[in-house]
Design a protein around this ligand. Sequence first.
Ligand SMILES: C[S@@+](CC[C@H](N)C(=O)[O-])C[C@H]1O[C@@H](n2cnc3c(N)ncnc32)[C@H](O)[C@@H]1O
Length: 201
Amino acid sequence: MNRVLSCRPTNEAIRGEVGGFAAVIRYYGSLRREIEQSGGLPYRLTALGAWAASRPSHVRFFFREVGLNRYRHFVDLGSGDGIVTCIAALFTRATGIEIDRELCSVAGRAAQDLNIEKRADFICGDYLTQNLHKADCLYIYPDKPVYELEKALDGWAGTLLIYGPHFSPVNLKMVRRLDCGKESLAVYRNPDAAGPANFAV
Ligand SMILES: C[S@@+](CC[C@H](N)C(=O)[O-])C[C@H]1O[C@@H](n2cnc3c(N)ncnc32)[C@H](O)[C@@H]1O
């Protein structure tokens, strides 16, 4: 007999996500205050681009809407200080890949301090050199065009989430667009890839 698996999160999972999100907000809020008090800014250039963080409440809204809990492995491409990966880890296993060592170490410490290091891990490196095909959901808040990324995703059957309207892929197909306040998230799939039928859209 076929077993039907429900995609709906359980009440316990929802309670965990709500409490976990509040902890992430508190943690990153105090990090940002520390940066500001020491005269720093929550954005800067890195070796391969520019760091600025996605807005956490919008990110959570988008992840709920796409049903992130239905994916096996989420990867944030260019994860900055790790805030998106830590939010994603409230839904599923999450990895952040970031070129900047300092941001990567802030992210790793956040996962430890938030006690989610079993679900959230970080790789310090260039995401274009990693095997991205192992993930079924990729997220990017792009700081440049995504053409190189598209090449690396040739034949990949997962879902790519792009935060913000500025850089769109050429060959991947947008299957959904979500709006939250002034922010947007576009959901892309590879039209040529034969993906497993149970991949969420
Ligand atoms: C706009 S920030 C987004 C940060 C995070 N994803 C978020 O949404 O809060 C883009 C990040 O991507 C990183 N980045 C750009 N190209 C990269 C590459 N090829 N490999 C790894 N990190 C990269 C930058 O260093 C920067 O921290």
